[in-house]
Design a protein around this ligand. Sequence first.
Ligand SMILES: Nc1nc2c(ncn2[C@@H]2O[C@H](COP(=O)(O)OP(=O)(O)OP(=O)(O)O)[C@@H](O)[C@H]2O)c(=O)[nH]1
Ligand SMILES: [Mg+2]
Length: 365
Amino acid sequence: MDKRKPEWAPDGASAAFASSVVPGATPQTSPKVNRATKTWDPDELEAGIRAGNRTLLSRAITLVESNSNKHFGIAQELLQRLLPHSGNSVRIGITGVPGVGKSSFIERFGLYLISLGKKVAVLAIDPSSSISKGSILGDKTRMEELSRHEMSFIRPSPSSGVLGGVARKTRETIILCEAAGYDVILIETVGVGQSEITVRSMVDFFLLMQITGAGDELQGIKKGIMELADLIVVNKADGNNVERAKIAAREYNNALHYIRHATRAWDTKAQICSSRTGQGIPDIWQTILAFCATTKESGAFEERRRGQTSAWFEDMLQEAVLHYFYTDLRNIEIIPQIRERVSQGKLPVAYGVSKVMEHWTPSQS
Ligand SMILES: Nc1nc2c(ncn2[C@@H]2O[C@H](COP(=O)(O)OP(=O)(O)OP(=O)(O)O)[C@@H](O)[C@H]2O)c(=O)[nH]1
Ligand SMILES: [Mg+2]
Protein backbone atom coordinates (compact mmCIF):
# COMPACT_ATOMS: atom_id res chain seq x y z
CA MET A 1 0.00 0.00 0.00
CA ASP A 2 1.01 3.60 -0.44
CA LYS A 3 2.46 4.50 2.91
CA ARG A 4 2.40 8.17 2.18
CA LYS A 5 -1.32 8.35 2.22
CA PRO A 6 -2.22 9.87 5.56
CA GLU A 7 -5.93 9.17 5.48
CA TRP A 8 -7.05 7.06 8.32
CA ALA A 9 -9.73 5.53 6.18
CA PRO A 10 -11.39 3.52 8.92
CA ASP A 11 -13.67 1.78 6.44
CA GLY A 12 -12.34 -1.74 6.65
CA ALA A 13 -8.97 -0.41 7.76
CA SER A 14 -8.01 -3.37 9.98
CA ALA A 15 -4.29 -3.86 10.41
CA ALA A 16 -3.37 -1.21 7.91
CA PHE A 17 -4.05 1.71 10.13
CA ALA A 18 -1.53 3.48 12.33
CA SER A 19 1.51 1.69 11.07
CA SER A 20 0.87 3.01 7.61
CA VAL A 21 1.57 6.68 8.27
CA VAL A 22 5.26 6.33 7.83
CA PRO A 23 7.79 8.10 5.66
CA GLY A 24 6.77 11.60 4.64
CA ALA A 25 10.19 13.25 4.70
CA THR A 26 8.73 16.02 2.60
CA PRO A 27 5.64 17.96 3.57
CA GLN A 28 2.57 16.58 1.89
CA THR A 29 1.64 19.46 -0.30
CA SER A 30 -0.13 17.34 -2.80
CA PRO A 31 -2.60 15.10 -1.06
CA LYS A 32 -3.41 11.95 -2.88
CA VAL A 33 -7.08 12.67 -2.80
CA ASN A 34 -6.45 15.71 -4.92
CA ARG A 35 -5.28 13.56 -7.78
CA ALA A 36 -8.35 11.42 -7.47
CA THR A 37 -10.88 14.21 -7.56
CA LYS A 38 -8.80 16.77 -9.46
CA THR A 39 -10.51 19.65 -7.76
CA TRP A 40 -11.75 20.60 -4.35
CA ASP A 41 -15.34 21.57 -4.43
CA PRO A 42 -16.24 23.56 -1.30
CA ASP A 43 -19.96 23.00 -1.80
CA GLU A 44 -19.50 19.27 -1.99
CA LEU A 45 -17.19 19.24 1.02
CA GLU A 46 -19.45 21.45 3.09
CA ALA A 47 -22.57 19.45 2.34
CA GLY A 48 -20.76 16.15 2.81
CA ILE A 49 -19.28 17.12 6.15
CA ARG A 50 -22.59 18.46 7.39
CA ALA A 51 -24.13 15.13 6.42
CA GLY A 52 -21.44 13.31 8.41
CA ASN A 53 -19.69 11.76 5.41
CA ARG A 54 -16.38 10.46 6.75
CA THR A 55 -14.65 10.25 3.40
CA LEU A 56 -15.32 13.90 2.70
CA LEU A 57 -14.36 14.81 6.25
CA SER A 58 -11.07 13.03 5.67
CA ARG A 59 -10.54 14.96 2.47
CA ALA A 60 -11.24 18.25 4.15
CA ILE A 61 -8.72 17.43 6.87
CA THR A 62 -6.15 16.63 4.21
CA LEU A 63 -6.91 20.03 2.76
CA VAL A 64 -6.34 21.90 6.03
CA GLU A 65 -3.21 19.83 6.63
CA SER A 66 -1.78 20.80 3.28
CA ASN A 67 1.16 23.18 3.34
CA SER A 68 0.44 24.35 -0.15
CA ASN A 69 -0.63 27.94 -0.71
CA LYS A 70 -3.16 26.93 -3.29
CA HIS A 71 -5.05 24.87 -0.72
CA PHE A 72 -5.00 27.57 1.92
CA GLY A 73 -7.75 29.73 0.46
CA ILE A 74 -10.23 26.98 -0.07
CA ALA A 75 -9.49 25.39 3.30
CA GLN A 76 -10.16 28.70 5.01
CA GLU A 77 -13.32 29.25 3.03
CA LEU A 78 -14.57 25.85 4.07
CA LEU A 79 -13.71 26.54 7.70
CA GLN A 80 -15.52 29.84 7.61
CA ARG A 81 -18.63 28.19 6.26
CA LEU A 82 -18.48 25.45 8.88
CA LEU A 83 -17.60 27.63 11.84
CA PRO A 84 -21.25 28.36 12.72
CA HIS A 85 -21.82 24.61 12.95
CA SER A 86 -18.84 23.95 15.20
CA GLY A 87 -18.34 24.18 18.93
CA ASN A 88 -20.95 21.67 20.00
CA SER A 89 -18.65 18.98 21.31
CA VAL A 90 -16.71 18.25 24.46
CA ARG A 91 -13.03 18.49 23.61
CA ILE A 92 -10.98 16.19 25.79
CA GLY A 93 -7.19 15.99 25.90
CA ILE A 94 -5.56 12.81 27.15
CA THR A 95 -1.93 12.66 28.16
CA GLY A 96 0.40 10.32 29.99
CA VAL A 97 3.74 8.68 29.50
CA PRO A 98 4.14 6.08 26.73
CA GLY A 99 2.61 2.77 27.75
CA VAL A 100 0.30 4.17 30.41
CA GLY A 101 -2.67 3.00 28.36
CA LYS A 102 -4.00 6.08 26.58
CA SER A 103 -4.96 4.30 23.38
CA SER A 104 -6.49 1.36 25.23
CA PHE A 105 -8.47 3.86 27.28
CA ILE A 106 -9.66 5.69 24.19
CA GLU A 107 -10.84 2.42 22.68
CA ARG A 108 -12.84 1.53 25.79
CA PHE A 109 -14.07 4.99 26.53
CA GLY A 110 -14.94 5.67 22.90
CA LEU A 111 -16.97 2.48 22.62
CA TYR A 112 -18.74 3.32 25.87
CA LEU A 113 -19.66 6.77 24.55
CA ILE A 114 -20.92 5.21 21.35
CA SER A 115 -23.10 2.90 23.43
CA LEU A 116 -24.65 6.07 24.84
CA GLY A 117 -25.39 7.25 21.32
CA LYS A 118 -22.46 9.66 20.95
CA LYS A 119 -20.31 10.15 17.89
CA VAL A 120 -16.63 10.10 18.77
CA ALA A 121 -13.64 11.58 16.95
CA VAL A 122 -10.09 10.69 17.94
CA LEU A 123 -7.17 12.91 17.00
CA ALA A 124 -3.56 12.81 18.08
CA ILE A 125 -0.71 15.21 18.56
CA ASP A 126 2.48 13.34 18.47
CA PRO A 127 5.57 15.55 18.45
CA SER A 128 7.81 12.62 17.71
CA SER A 129 6.03 12.09 14.43
CA SER A 130 7.39 15.41 13.20
CA ILE A 131 10.87 14.57 14.38
CA SER A 132 10.99 11.02 13.10
CA LYS A 133 8.76 11.89 10.15
CA GLY A 134 6.63 8.95 10.98
CA SER A 135 3.73 8.38 13.32
CA ILE A 136 4.34 6.22 16.33
CA LEU A 137 0.66 5.86 16.92
CA GLY A 138 1.07 2.12 16.96
CA ASP A 139 -2.50 1.59 17.80
CA LYS A 140 -3.77 -0.91 15.36
CA THR A 141 -4.38 -3.43 18.08
CA ARG A 142 -5.47 -0.86 20.67
CA MET A 143 -8.26 0.90 18.82
CA GLU A 144 -9.26 -1.70 16.35
CA GLU A 145 -12.89 -2.04 17.34
CA LEU A 146 -13.37 1.67 17.73
CA SER A 147 -11.74 2.40 14.40
CA ARG A 148 -14.13 0.07 12.64
CA HIS A 149 -17.19 1.60 14.22
CA GLU A 150 -19.27 3.84 12.00
CA MET A 151 -19.89 6.24 14.87
CA SER A 152 -16.18 6.94 15.23
CA PHE A 153 -13.61 8.83 13.25
CA ILE A 154 -9.91 8.38 13.94
CA ARG A 155 -7.15 10.52 12.54
CA PRO A 156 -3.49 10.34 13.46
CA SER A 157 -1.21 13.29 14.14
CA PRO A 158 -0.35 15.49 11.18
CA SER A 159 3.02 14.04 10.34
CA SER A 160 5.05 17.02 9.32
CA GLY A 161 5.92 20.46 10.51
CA VAL A 162 6.73 22.18 13.75
CA LEU A 163 4.45 21.84 16.77
CA GLY A 164 2.84 25.22 16.09
CA GLY A 165 1.82 24.12 12.60
CA VAL A 166 0.60 20.77 13.85
CA ALA A 167 -1.46 22.56 16.49
CA ARG A 168 -3.12 24.80 13.91
CA LYS A 169 -4.03 21.79 11.81
CA THR A 170 -5.46 19.98 14.81
CA ARG A 171 -7.53 22.99 15.85
CA GLU A 172 -8.95 23.27 12.37
CA THR A 173 -9.60 19.54 12.34
CA ILE A 174 -11.61 19.94 15.55
CA ILE A 175 -13.82 22.48 13.79
CA LEU A 176 -14.36 20.11 10.87
CA CYS A 177 -15.19 17.18 13.15
CA GLU A 178 -17.66 19.24 15.13
CA ALA A 179 -19.38 20.39 11.96
CA ALA A 180 -19.64 16.72 11.02
CA GLY A 181 -21.60 16.08 14.19
CA TYR A 182 -19.03 14.50 16.49
CA ASP A 183 -20.12 14.97 20.09
CA VAL A 184 -16.87 14.09 21.79
CA ILE A 185 -13.39 14.85 20.47
CA LEU A 186 -10.56 12.93 22.11
CA ILE A 187 -7.02 14.15 21.53
CA GLU A 188 -4.21 11.84 22.55
CA THR A 189 -0.75 13.18 23.17
CA VAL A 190 2.39 11.62 24.55
CA GLY A 191 3.43 13.01 27.89
CA VAL A 192 6.61 14.61 26.75
CA GLY A 193 7.67 18.15 26.09
CA GLN A 194 5.58 21.03 24.92
CA SER A 195 2.81 18.90 23.43
CA GLU A 196 0.84 18.76 26.68
CA ILE A 197 0.70 22.54 26.94
CA THR A 198 -0.34 22.67 23.31
CA VAL A 199 -3.16 20.18 23.77
CA ARG A 200 -4.28 21.90 26.97
CA SER A 201 -4.64 25.08 24.92
CA MET A 202 -7.20 23.49 22.61
CA VAL A 203 -9.38 21.35 24.88
CA ASP A 204 -12.10 21.91 27.44
CA PHE A 205 -11.08 19.06 29.69
CA PHE A 206 -7.62 17.65 30.24
CA LEU A 207 -7.12 14.14 31.54
CA LEU A 208 -3.80 13.01 32.90
CA MET A 209 -3.33 9.27 32.92
CA GLN A 210 -1.05 7.59 35.44
CA ILE A 211 -0.22 4.09 36.54
CA THR A 212 0.95 2.83 39.87
CA GLY A 213 4.65 2.58 40.29
CA ALA A 214 6.74 0.88 42.88
CA GLY A 215 6.01 2.79 46.04
CA ASP A 216 6.02 6.53 46.06
CA GLU A 217 3.42 7.45 43.47
CA LEU A 218 4.07 11.12 43.41
CA GLN A 219 7.70 10.74 42.67
CA GLY A 220 8.47 11.61 39.13
CA ILE A 221 5.21 13.35 38.36
CA LYS A 222 5.77 16.98 37.69
CA LYS A 223 3.71 19.48 39.60
CA GLY A 224 3.42 21.50 36.42
CA ILE A 225 1.60 18.69 34.65
CA MET A 226 -0.76 18.16 37.56
CA GLU A 227 -1.65 21.82 37.34
CA LEU A 228 -2.81 21.32 33.77
CA ALA A 229 -5.15 18.45 34.60
CA ASP A 230 -8.89 18.48 35.29
CA LEU A 231 -8.80 14.81 36.20
CA ILE A 232 -6.08 12.33 37.06
CA VAL A 233 -6.93 8.77 36.12
CA VAL A 234 -4.97 5.89 37.58
CA ASN A 235 -5.27 3.27 34.86
CA LYS A 236 -4.70 -0.49 34.95
CA ALA A 237 -6.75 -0.88 38.11
CA ASP A 238 -7.37 -4.57 37.49
CA GLY A 239 -6.20 -7.96 38.75
CA ASN A 240 -3.98 -7.63 41.77
CA ASN A 241 -3.31 -4.01 40.97
CA VAL A 242 -6.65 -2.68 42.17
CA GLU A 243 -5.59 -1.94 45.72
CA ARG A 244 -2.41 -0.23 44.66
CA ALA A 245 -4.35 1.89 42.19
CA LYS A 246 -6.74 2.96 44.91
CA ILE A 247 -3.86 3.92 47.18
CA ALA A 248 -2.28 5.87 44.35
CA ALA A 249 -5.52 7.74 43.65
CA ARG A 250 -5.77 8.62 47.32
CA GLU A 251 -2.24 9.99 47.27
CA TYR A 252 -3.00 12.10 44.23
CA ASN A 253 -6.16 13.39 45.85
CA ASN A 254 -4.17 14.43 48.89
CA ALA A 255 -1.54 16.12 46.79
CA LEU A 256 -4.19 17.92 44.77
CA HIS A 257 -5.19 19.88 47.86
CA TYR A 258 -1.93 21.72 47.62
CA ILE A 259 -1.72 22.66 43.99
CA ARG A 260 -3.43 25.19 41.78
CA HIS A 261 -6.26 23.68 39.78
CA ALA A 262 -6.44 24.04 36.03
CA THR A 263 -9.98 25.32 35.77
CA ARG A 264 -11.74 28.02 37.72
CA ALA A 265 -14.34 26.63 40.13
CA TRP A 266 -13.45 23.04 39.39
CA ASP A 267 -11.69 20.78 41.87
CA THR A 268 -9.37 18.45 40.05
CA LYS A 269 -9.51 14.96 41.51
CA ALA A 270 -8.10 11.50 40.92
CA GLN A 271 -9.99 8.32 40.16
CA ILE A 272 -9.18 4.83 39.01
CA CYS A 273 -10.10 2.83 35.94
CA SER A 274 -9.18 -0.21 33.96
CA SER A 275 -9.11 0.07 30.22
CA ARG A 276 -8.91 -3.70 30.16
CA THR A 277 -12.03 -4.53 32.19
CA GLY A 278 -13.88 -1.26 31.67
CA GLN A 279 -14.12 -0.70 35.41
CA GLY A 280 -14.43 2.99 36.23
CA ILE A 281 -15.03 4.11 32.65
CA PRO A 282 -18.63 5.31 33.22
CA ASP A 283 -17.48 7.21 36.33
CA ILE A 284 -14.99 9.13 34.22
CA TRP A 285 -17.74 10.19 31.84
CA GLN A 286 -19.84 11.27 34.83
CA THR A 287 -16.95 13.41 36.03
CA ILE A 288 -16.66 15.02 32.62
CA LEU A 289 -20.39 15.70 32.50
CA ALA A 290 -20.21 17.26 35.96
CA PHE A 291 -17.29 19.37 34.78
CA CYS A 292 -19.25 20.62 31.78
CA ALA A 293 -22.30 21.41 33.86
CA THR A 294 -20.31 23.28 36.51
CA THR A 295 -18.14 25.27 34.14
CA LYS A 296 -21.00 26.12 31.80
CA GLU A 297 -22.98 27.35 34.76
CA SER A 298 -20.14 29.53 36.00
CA GLY A 299 -19.19 30.76 32.54
CA ALA A 300 -15.70 29.27 32.80
CA PHE A 301 -16.35 26.92 29.89
CA GLU A 302 -17.15 29.67 27.36
CA GLU A 303 -14.52 31.95 28.80
CA ARG A 304 -11.83 29.34 28.24
CA ARG A 305 -12.93 28.66 24.69
CA ARG A 306 -12.93 32.34 23.82
CA GLY A 307 -9.55 32.77 25.49
CA GLN A 308 -8.15 29.81 23.57
CA THR A 309 -9.30 31.21 20.26
CA SER A 310 -7.92 34.67 20.87
CA ALA A 311 -4.63 33.21 22.11
CA TRP A 312 -4.48 31.12 18.94
CA PHE A 313 -5.07 34.26 16.87
CA GLU A 314 -2.37 36.13 18.79
CA ASP A 315 0.13 33.27 18.35
CA MET A 316 -0.48 33.09 14.64
CA LEU A 317 -0.25 36.84 14.28
CA GLN A 318 3.07 36.93 16.09
CA GLU A 319 4.35 34.09 13.99
CA ALA A 320 3.32 35.91 10.83
CA VAL A 321 4.91 39.18 11.93
CA LEU A 322 8.16 37.44 12.83
CA HIS A 323 8.21 35.66 9.53
CA TYR A 324 7.58 38.94 7.71
CA PHE A 325 10.31 40.66 9.70
CA TYR A 326 13.00 38.04 9.25
CA THR A 327 12.35 37.55 5.56
CA ASP A 328 12.30 41.28 4.83
CA LEU A 329 15.19 42.12 2.54
CA ARG A 330 16.10 45.10 4.69
CA ASN A 331 16.79 42.75 7.59
CA ILE A 332 18.30 39.76 5.93
CA GLU A 333 21.70 41.40 5.59
CA ILE A 334 21.91 43.70 8.52
CA ILE A 335 20.80 41.35 11.30
CA PRO A 336 23.71 38.89 10.94
CA GLN A 337 26.17 41.75 10.79
CA ILE A 338 24.88 43.38 13.93
CA ARG A 339 24.55 40.04 15.70
CA GLU A 340 28.20 39.40 14.98
CA ARG A 341 29.29 42.76 16.40
CA VAL A 342 27.10 42.27 19.46
CA SER A 343 28.46 38.80 20.10
CA GLN A 344 32.01 40.08 19.79
CA GLY A 345 31.30 42.64 22.45
CA LYS A 346 31.74 45.56 20.09
CA LEU A 347 28.19 46.81 20.39
CA PRO A 348 25.83 46.83 23.38
CA VAL A 349 22.92 44.45 22.80
CA ALA A 350 20.13 47.00 23.20
CA TYR A 351 21.95 49.41 20.94
CA GLY A 352 22.31 46.70 18.32
CA VAL A 353 18.58 46.02 18.45
CA SER A 354 17.78 49.71 18.10
CA LYS A 355 20.06 49.86 15.08
CA VAL A 356 18.19 47.03 13.38
CA MET A 357 14.86 48.70 14.08
CA GLU A 358 16.10 52.05 12.83
CA HIS A 359 17.30 50.46 9.65
CA TRP A 360 13.97 48.73 9.19
CA THR A 361 11.74 51.70 9.94
CA PRO A 362 13.87 54.80 9.35
CA SER A 363 10.86 57.07 9.20
CA GLN A 364 9.85 56.28 12.78
CA SER A 365 13.24 56.81 14.35
N1 LIG B 1 -3.68 -4.64 32.78
C1 LIG B 1 -3.94 -3.58 32.03
N2 LIG B 1 -3.17 -3.32 30.96
C2 LIG B 1 -3.45 -2.24 30.21
C3 LIG B 1 -4.53 -1.38 30.52
N3 LIG B 1 -4.56 -0.38 29.62
C4 LIG B 1 -3.53 -0.59 28.77
N4 LIG B 1 -2.86 -1.71 29.11
C5 LIG B 1 -1.69 -2.29 28.42
O1 LIG B 1 -0.64 -1.33 28.46
C6 LIG B 1 0.10 -1.36 27.25
C7 LIG B 1 0.17 0.03 26.65
O2 LIG B 1 -1.12 0.46 26.26
P1 LIG B 1 -1.39 1.60 25.20
O3 LIG B 1 -2.86 1.81 25.21
O4 LIG B 1 -0.73 1.34 23.91
O5 LIG B 1 -0.63 2.83 25.90
P2 LIG B 1 -0.39 4.31 25.34
O6 LIG B 1 -0.38 5.18 26.53
O7 LIG B 1 -1.38 4.63 24.27
O8 LIG B 1 1.04 4.22 24.74
P3 LIG B 1 1.73 5.18 23.65
O9 LIG B 1 0.74 5.42 22.54
O10 LIG B 1 2.92 4.42 23.22
O11 LIG B 1 2.09 6.45 24.37
C8 LIG B 1 -0.58 -2.37 26.36
O12 LIG B 1 0.11 -3.58 26.45
C9 LIG B 1 -1.97 -2.50 26.95
O13 LIG B 1 -2.54 -3.77 26.72
C10 LIG B 1 -5.34 -1.69 31.66
O14 LIG B 1 -6.29 -1.01 32.04
N5 LIG B 1 -4.99 -2.82 32.38
MG1 LIG C 1 -1.11 5.33 22.24
